[in-house]
Design a protein around this ligand. Structure first.
Ligand code: B12
Ligand code: SF4
Length: 479
């Protein structure tokens, strides 16, 4: 059957196919355009029923473009997706040079020139809904006036132009956004997997309840996208989305992807109560300084199974001067104590190898890791993402060709950007990871809570299959 032509095509990057998590940005954008009567399609893993090599997946994207003949093709990209997005964009323009292609998301926001110097004519910086809508409307114009599209960076001849900054949407505007276009992505994203709430084999989805983060940690560029003022979705709209996800995909769990969910006590209480009402198991990302006993107690009572907390370092100097995290070691200890007290599983994120970090400070990190008795530990080698303050601090230029080599576990660039006094970061990271590996694996899968969850639910065979796959992947990654 011939595909219907569409005006706008969104590409889920081939490297993301078969992962448990869909790119949320794309489904927000597609829903917004659709609400304005613009025909949209998402090229998704539904195109292929089995694992196929990367090149073949790219070919499927090109095939879909030939079939649907979109006027505009949209890419979303992090730094590690830059290379494939640039390659795919080139191949699309070879098929049809009249197609307008545009990139948005984290890396295009942090560094638009990475894309504009590599074959893209248009980049959206920051929040995308209104910029993309204006872009599509201008593209319909025989003489488009690109300078009028706020938030757009573009190429005028050989020159890179940065239009006026796009204002962030107001809270009422956020609340009026349509339901994200879950219906345009593959249903398999919502099948049982252990990726959403680590180790729990459940049917789940991701949920965004706020936009923005008031903090400004040096390694992160999140607030360049959604700003530093928190904008909340109303509880009514949040409940509508949860009901929709339950009815349509029979979800059991949600991972709240807000940058920091636990900033506003009232909001946390409101969302938690909704999740409880709908019997949803959930997890979220948090900061040690925003958690208190009352909040943790409410969260536990309302089905929260896991909180991910960025601890980063056991050295207060590194936290203050390098990471600029605005938390204290005492707040970290307290947060983990409270989570343990109320039996909420914790995931502690650490990073090692920050500029000027000494072996003694690394030892403080190890001691803090022991002290907090988290359930799951993740140790990463601090990696200066281009566009962040940490990148400037490290001061080592990393070219776009090298982005895909930036590796938290250690890679060819690790030594180049190591400005700490720890000589072998990979060995140091492996030693820490090894120390906590068995505990993390065991707590991910065999905690009392997990076992209760497993025995109380149906679909046991499917769940076992997913757990085994997850363990195999963890073992393979380690060897
Ligand atoms: C959920 C999440 C994940 C999930 C799901 C990822 C997925 N499939 O989308 C998981 C856990 C898998 C993940 C993995 C990783 N992530 Co992540 N992740 C996030 C997180 C917390 C939320 C993203 C999200 O869904 N936001 C909600 C949606 C609505 O927002 P959005 O995607 O930004 O989209 C809006 C705009 O950006 C824009 N937009 C987006 N795309 C497009 C496209 C067009 C054409 C237009 C016009 C506009 C536009 O419009 C959208 C609506 O306003 C962000 C933090 C953040 N605040 O962005 C980090 C973040 C995106 N991740 C980051 C990183 C580093 C990673 C990893 C590399 C981590 C790792 N060590 O492995 C991997 C890489 C994955 C990959 N292949 O890209 C970085 C990216 C940095 C960078 N320079 O690119 C971020 C920004 C966090 C940070 N600390 O800086 N991540
Ligand atoms: S609190 Fe989280 S999202 Fe906010 S700036 Fe720090 S790392 Fe980024």
């Amino acid at each position: 059957m011939k595909a219907e032509p569409v005006e706008v095509m969104f590409v889920i990057n081939p490297s993301l196919w078969y992962r448990a998590m869909y790119p949320s940005g794309i489904i927000f954008l597609a829903a917004y355009l659709r609400q304005q009567g613009i025909t949209c399609k998402i090229i998704d893993s539904a195109l292929s029923q089995k694992r196929i090599p990367a090149k073949a997946r790219e070919d499927l994207v090109l095939h879909a473009i030939r079939e649907s003949k979109p006027k505009i093709v949209c890419f979303s990209a992090s730094h590690i997706e830059l290379a494939e997005v640039v390659r795919l964009n080139k191949r699309i323009l070879e098929i049809d040079s009249t197609v307008k292609t545009i990139a948005g998301g984290s890396q295009p926001t942090y560094r638009p020139e990475d894309f504009l110097s590599n074959g893209f004519d248009f980049v959206c910086t920051g929040e995308g809904e209104n910029t993309l809508l204006d872009f599509v409307l201008q593209a319909r114009n025989p003489r488009p006036e690109w300078t009028t599209v706020k938030g757009l960076a573009w190429k005028n001849g050989g020159k890179i132009m940065h239009n006026l900054h796009r204002e962030l949407m107001t809270e009422p505007e956020i609340d009026n956004l349509p339901m994200p276009a879950y219906d345009l992505i593959d249903r398999r994203y919502f099948e049982i997997n252990t990726g959403l709430i680590r180790g729990l084999p459940l049917r789940g989805a991701m949920l965004l309840t706020t936009r923005g983060c008031p903090f400004n940690c040096s390694f992160c560029g999140c607030n360049l996208i959604f700003g530093r003022r928190l904008r909340y979705k109303s509880l009514v709209k949040i409940e509508e989305e949860i009901v929709y996800l339950k009815e349509k995909f029979n979800i059991e769990g949600l991972w709240i992807i807000d940058d920091t969910f636990t900033i506003n006590r009232e909001h946390v209480r409101g969302v938690s109560n909704i999740l409880k009402r709908h019997n949803i198991i959930w997890g979220c990302q948090s900061r040690a300084n925003t958690l208190d006993e009352d909040m943790i107690k409410t969260m536990k009572q309302c089905g929260c199974k896991q909180i991910d907390i960025g601890v980063e370092s056991g050295s207060q100097r590194v936290l203050d001067d390098i990471i600029q995290k605005k938390i204290t070691i005492q707040q970290v200890i307290n947060a983990f104590y409270l989570a343990r007290k109320y039996h909420i599983r914790t995931l502690a994120n650490f990073m090692i190898g920050l500029p000027t970090e000494t072996p003694a400070e690394l030892e403080q990190t190890r001691q803090l890791a022991e002290l907090i008795r988290a359930d799951v530990y993740v140790f990463a080698i601090a990696t200066p993402l281009p566009g962040t303050k940490l990148y400037e601090m490290v001061g080592v230029p990393i070219s776009p060709d090298e982005y895909c080599q930036l590796d938290w576990c250690g890679g060819p660039l690790t030594q180049k950007f190591n400005k700490s006094e720890i000589p072998d970061l990979v060995a140091a990271k492996n030693a820490l990871q090894k120390r906590f590996f068995i505990r993390s694996l065991f707590k991910s899968f065999a905690s009392i809570d997990n076992l209760m969850f497993f025995f109380k639910r149906g679909s046991k065979l499917d769940r076992i299959k997913y757990i085994l796959q997850y363990i195999m992947r963890a073992i393979n990654a380690r060897t």
